[in-house]
Design a protein around this ligand. Structure first.
Ligand code: NDP
Length: 499
C-alpha cells in the first residue's frame, strides 16, 4: 500500500561556511519527483562565486579549529554524527525516494546501514599512525607522519546520493580533511538534510560545505580551484574522464568511481533457486541504475533455455509502481533524459538483432503514465560485440549471452572496457576459488550479488575507476605521508655532499 502524501514545493538553502544560504545570484532550479513527473523542491543554483566561497570556507576551516582538534575529538564527532544519522534514517530515506525514485525499501536499507561508515571511520581517526624507520644513517632519527590533504571536493551522482557521499565524507573527515560536496542536480534535497546533521553533531563551521548546482556550470571550477587538494568523484566514465583531465592540469589527486558493464555468470552446476533471483537483483533492483548492475547475464549453453525461461517468468512478476510503496519492486528511472537513453538503447539492441524476451517499452498501465518508467527488459541472442553488451545503459535492461565453458565465460566477462564487478553462480568449490583470479573486476561475488560494506574495499579495474573506497584502503586515499629527519648527534658533515 502506498504511503504517498501530497507535499508543497519547498525551497532549500545550501551550506557554505556554516551559513544556510541561497546562491549569490539568487538563481534556483527545480528538483523533480520521478514518480509524479512533478517538481517537488527548489534548490539553489550555485555559480562560481558560491564555489569560491565554499572552498575558502573549507580552506579556512582546515587551517582553524578543525586542524587543532585532536584525532580522538574528530572521531567522537563522526560517531556523534552517526547517531544523528541513525535517528534521521527514515526521514532521509523518504527524501531520497521522492528525489530519485529509488525504492523506499532500498533507501531504508542504505540509510539504516550508513551510520556504520561514520562509526568505523570515526573509530579509525585516532588510529592513523606514522612509523619509525630504522634508518641506515648513523645519528639520524627518521619517522613518518600521516597528514590530511586539505580541502576535498566530493562529487556524487543521483543513484545512491547519500551512500556514495558517506563513502567519501567519512574517511575524508576522519583523516582530518575538510569538504566541499556537490551532489547531483537530480538529488540535492537529501544531501542538504544530511548537511544539517553535521551542524547538529557539532562540526565546526566550514568543515562540511554543500554547493548545489549543475556540474556543467560549476564542476570545472570545483575541480580546478587552487585551494582544492583532491577530488573524490562518483559518476559516469565520460564525466569522470573530464574531471580527471581537469584535475591533471592542476596536478590534483583523484579518486574516481565510474561505471560498469558487469557480468553475472551462471554455470550449469549453479543452484538455480539462488541464481535466478541473483540475476534479477543484479539488474532490476534500483531499475538497473547502479554502477554494479549485472547487466550481462552470461549463461552456460547447456542450461540456457532453462535459465532464460525461469528468468523471464521471475522478472515478469516484478511489481512496478510507486517507489514509496514498500510493496513495489521496480520504480521509475530517476531522470527524463536517462529514461530516453534507456529507451534508445532498447532500440539499438533491437536494431543489432537482439531478441526482446521481456519488456522493451514504457509500461502501459495509465496509473504509471506520469512517472518515468521502463519495463524490466531482457534481451536474448546477444553477442559480446554488440553495443548492448558493451555500453553502460544504466537502466533495467539485461543482455543474456551464452558461453560453452569456463574459458569462454572468462573471455566474454573480461571483454569490456569496464571492470567494476562480477558475479558467479556455481556449486563447484574449485571454480569459486579459481574464477576470482581470472576476472578483471574490483569486486567478485560468488553465489551472491550486490553486497558492499564499510569494511571491504570497493573500486574499479580498467575504465571503472581509480582508487578504492571503504575499508582500511579508503582512509589512505585521504592522507599524505611525510618523512621527518632529525640529526641526533649535532654533527656537521660536509655541506657539499649529500647525506
Ligand atoms: P554523471 O557522471 O553525469 O554525474 C556525476 C556527478 O558529476 C554529478 O554530480 C554531476 O553534476 C557532476 N558533473 C557533471 N559534469 C561535471 C563536470 N564537468 N565537472 C565536475 N562534475 C560534473 O553521472 P550521473 O549523475 O548521471 O550518474 C550516473 C552515472 O554514474 C552512471 O554512468 C554510473 O555508472 C555512474 N556511477 C558509478 C558508480 C560507481 O561507484 N562506480 C556509482 C554510481 C553511479 P550534475 O548532476 O549537475 O550533472
Amino acid at each position: 500500500m502506498t504511503i504517498r502524501m501530497p507535499v508543497p514545493v519547498v525551497k532549500h538553502d545550501m551550506l557554505i561556511g556554516g551559513r544556510w544560504t541561497q546562491a549569490e545570484s539568487g538563481d534556483i532550479f527545480e528538483s523533480f519527483d520521478p514518480y509524479t513527473g512533478e517538481p517537488w523542491a527548489e534548490v539553489p543554483r550555485a555559480g562560481t562565486a558560491d564555489v569560491d566561497a565554499a572552498v575558502e570556507a573549507a580552506s579556512d576551516a582546515f587551517r582553524g579549529e578543525w586542524r587543532r582538534m585532536t584525532a580522538t575529538a574528530r572521531g567522537h564527532l563522526l560517531r556523534r554524527f552517526a547517531d544523528r544519522l541513525a535517528a534521521a534514517a527514515e526521514t532521509l530515506a523518504v527524501l531520497e525516494t521522492r528525489d530519485n525514485g529509488k525504492l523506499i525499501n532500498e533507501m531504508r536499507m542504505q540509510l539504516n546501514y550508513m551510520p556504520q561508515w561514520f562509526h568505523y571511520f570515526g573509530g579509525l581517526a585516532d588510529k592513523i599512525e606514522g612509523r619509525v624507520i630504522p634508518i641506515d644513517k648513523p645519528g639520524v632519527f627518521n619517522f613518518t607522519r600521516e597528514e590530511p590533504l586539505g580541502v576535498v571536493v566530493a562529487i556524487t551522482p543521483w543513484n545512491s546520493p547519500l551512500m556514495l557521499a558517506a563513502w567519501k565524507l567519512a574517511p575524508a573527515l576522519a583523516a582530518g580533511n575538510t569538504i566541499v560536496w556537490k551532489p547531483s542536480e537530480f538529488s540535492s534535497v537529501s544531501a542538504l538534510a544530511f548537511g544539517k546533521l553535521f551542524e547538529e553533531a557539532g562540526f565546526p563551521p566550514g568543515v562540511v560545505n554543500i554547493v548545489t548546482g549543475f556540474g556543467h556550470e560549476i564542476g570545472d571550477r570545483l575541480v580546478r580551484h587552487p585551494k582544492v587538494a583532491k577530488i573524490a568523484f562518483t559518476g559516469g566514465d565520460a564525466t569522470g574522464q573530464r574531471v580527471y583531465q581537469a584535475a591533471a592540469s592542476e596536478l590534483k589527486k583523484v579518486t574516481l568511481e565510474l561505471g560498469g558493464k558487469s557480468a553475472n555468470i551462471v554455470f550449469a552446476d549453479a543452484r538455480m533457486e539462488s541464481a535466478i533471483p541473483g540475476l534479477v537483483s543484479g539488474i532490476f533492483a534500483a531499475s538497473g541504475q547502479t554502477c554494479i548492475a549485472g547487466s550481462r547475464a552470461l549463461v552456460q549453453r547447456s542450461v540456457l533455455d532453462e535459465v532464460v525461461e525461469k528468468l523471464v517468468a521471475f522478472a515478469k512478476t516484478a511489481r512496478i509502481g510507486d517507489p514509496l510503496d514498500p510493496e513495489t519492486q521496480v520504480g521509475p528511472i530517476t531522470t527524463l533524459p536517462q529514461r530516453q537513453k534507456v529507451l534508445d538503447y532498447i532500440d539499438i539492441a533491437k536494431g543489432e538483432g537482439a531478441e526482446c524476451l521481456l519488456g522493451g517499452k514504457v509500461p502501459e498501465d495509465p496509473a504509471l503514465a506520469p512517472g518515468w518508467f521502463v519495463e524490466p527488459t531482457i534481451f536474448g541472442g546477444v553477442a559480446s560485440s554488440m553495443r548492448i553488451a558493451q555500453e553502460e545503459v544504466f537502466g533495467p535492461v539485461l543482455s543474456v549471452i551464452p558461453f560453452e565453458d569456463e574459458d569462454e565465460a572468462v573471455a566474454i566477462a573480461n571483454d569490456s572496457i569496464y571492470g567494476l564487478a562480477s558475479g558467479l553462480w556455481t556449486q563447484d568449490l574449485g571454480r569459486a576459488l579459481r574464477m576470482p583470479d581470472r576476472l578483471q573486476t574490483g569486486s567478485v561475488w560468488v553465489n551472491m550479488y550486490r553486497a558492499t560494506s564499510y569494511l571491504s574495499p570497493f573500486g574499479g579495474y580498467k575504465r571503472s575507476g581509480i582508487g578504492r573506497e571503504n575499508g582500511m584502503s579508503a582512509i589512505r586515499e585521504y592522507l599524505q605521508e611525510k618523512s621527518v629527519w632529525i640529526d641526533t648527534m649535532n654533527s656537521v658533515p660536509s655541506p657539499f655532499v649529500q647525506r
